[in-house]
Design a protein around this ligand. Structure first.
Ligand SMILES: [Fe+2]
Length: 493
């Protein structure tokens, strides 16, 4: 019986299909089909990709009634059409899928399972940090498999709404004029330009207890527009990043103190903060963050809980398929002649990062490439681009923090050894969000990098997501054609 994991109804709707042997047959995001960023609901295109798998068991990523109760408490009101699992699934699946079995799991347990059951570990300390789901905002778990191979989760600690690192970060995101629950990654990029001194003021005004992660006020409703009004947005961003990192590390220290395992599985939207992630290797020996750690990834978590055992994790390329061989030679030709090329080939990435199948790639050398890519993507000049590099050579080009020698999903920053040679992929603070591609990878991007290295002596490329401004990442060939027409950049399939 194939299992469909569903994360939908609030933001970033996503679906995962697991086989009865634990293979991930499909995992994708609704927004890539509907073109509505952070689309909360399933759309027909996504359903069309799921239907051929004929899932019979549907697993939902949170408890609807508990979520509604918390929303009532937090003044958001009750959504009467989302009170029961039956109502939610009827809205999302619209009669296209008629399951013979349904189940639901708590929001944070789904996060935990999406990480632990895809991880290489037999036993792990699991940390989940997000904004809020039902009531929990931070949980720490001890996870292991029993003698029958069944995943067991023991809850070790939790913090509840409204005390939330994610809500704090989102409140500052809103305070600087960005969109909360969407543009936190832009706040993180902005932080490099500011003075983190504001963190002390934020700590005094907002935090009641740093160790227990308790705040003085409910930040769910945002910060006063005049909060710390004499400081620049960059200073506020730097302060928020600094304080958030300290709080995250307090959670990591607490998690380590349980002495359950030196393997860390880290999930929840806050796990996308790659600047903070560089410091967590100081607390655990091995780290696994599933490449889609936010709520969308919990579609996989719910399906994994329904399945019960270790999931066969192979790669993040799990979404919509554009069939055909990876166009390595075409890409090389374009890179050599114009320096910039798009690629839309194979299965789309599950998670927010383009990892080589829906990417805009560029030669990272030279002073003008960053401006050229920024012009194509029409995005803020201060935002950095990421490098993708042959993993065995990463040490020659970057100083990676402890625990991040392998960074296949672009989850931590490192320091570039020669920023003057590669200005396009180095941020204002000297960091780069590095993606390493291991030798045993069978991905097209690995073959491309190998050939690019032979041709040029440079083992890396600039890698940014292939998307039209204001839209989610390119999904199918029609999207790629629109990208080509709008921006005049060849997109190879
Ligand atoms: Fe969450």
């Amino acid at each position: 019986m194939n299992i469909l994991g569903v994360s939908a109804g609030f933001h970033d709707a996503a679906a995962t299909v697991l086989s009865s042997q634990g293979d991930v047959l499909f995992a994708g995001h609704s927004e890539r089909y509907s073109k509505h960023k952070n689309d909360a609901n399933f759309c027909q295109g996504l359903l069309d990709d799921i239907l051929p798998y004929g899932p019979e068991h549907v697993a939902y990523y949170e408890r609807p009634w508990a979520k509604q109760l918390r929303q009532l408490y937090s003044g958001q009101g009750i959504e009467w059409n989302k009170l029961t699992l039956g109502q939610v699934l009827k809205t999302q699946l619209g009669g296209w899928i008629e399951p013979t079995r349904v189940s639901s799991y708590s929001h944070h347990l789904s996060h935990a399972a999406s990480g632990f059951q895809t991880s290489p570990f037999d036993r792990a300390t699991v940390v989940v940090i997000d904004a809020v789901g039902e009531w929990e905002t931070i949980t720490i778990w001890g996870a292991e498999y029993d003698s029958t191979g069944r995943a067991i989760y023991k809850r070790l600690w939790q913090q509840n709404y409204p005390h939330s690192i994610g809500l704090f970060y989102s409140a500052v995101t809103g305070r600087v004029g960005l969109h909360p629950l969407d543009e936190e990654y832009i706040l993180m990029g902005m932080a490099a330009y500011g003075n983190p001194g504001t963190s002390e003021l934020m700590r005094m005004n907002l935090v009641q207890d740093e160790w227990e992660i308790r705040f003085k006020e409910n930040l769910h409703t945002g910060l006063d527009p005049k909060y710390l009004e004499h400081f620049s947005n960059a200073d506020l961003a730097a302060g928020a990043q600094d304080l958030a990192e300290d709080l995250i590390l307090n959670v990591m220290m607490r998690a380590r103190n349980f002495k359950f395992s030196n393997n860390l599985v880290y999930q929840g939207g806050v796990a996308l903060n790659c600047s903070a992630n560089r410091r967590i290797g100081n607390y655990f020996e091995n780290i696994w963050i599933m490449p889609c750690p936010g709520d969308a990834g919990s579609s996989l978590g719910a399906a994994a809980l329904a399945y019960g055992q270790r999931v066969n994790w192979t790669s993040a390329f799990l979404g919509h398929d554009i069939p055909g061989a990876y166009p390595v030679n075409l890409l090389l030709d374009n890179l050599v002649t114009t320096g910039i090329v798009g690629v839309a080939s194979g299965r789309a990435e599950f998670g927010p990062r383009a990892l080589g199948n829906r990417s805009l790639l560029a030669d990272p050398r030279g002073p003008d490439i960053k401006d050229r890519v920024n012009e194509i993507k029409r995005r803020q000049q201060f935002r950095p681009f990421a490098p993708v590099i042959l993993e065995e050579l990463v040490d020659q080009y970057f100083i990676m923090p402890r625990g991040w020698e392998h960074s296949p999903y672009m989850q931590s920053v490192g320091h570039c050894r020669s920023p003057e040679l590669y200005p396009a992929i180095v941020h204002h603070d000297g960091t780069s969000r590095v993606q390493t591609v291991p030798k045993d990878s069978t991905s097209g991007i690995r073959e491309l990098l190998e050939k690019w290295y032979v041709m040029t002596g440079c083992p890396m490329l600039l890698n940014t997501s292939l998307n039209i401004r204001g839209e989610p990442m390119v999904n199918d060939r029609a999207d790629a054609d629109r990208f080509e027409a709008l921006y005049g950049v060849t997109v190879c399939s």
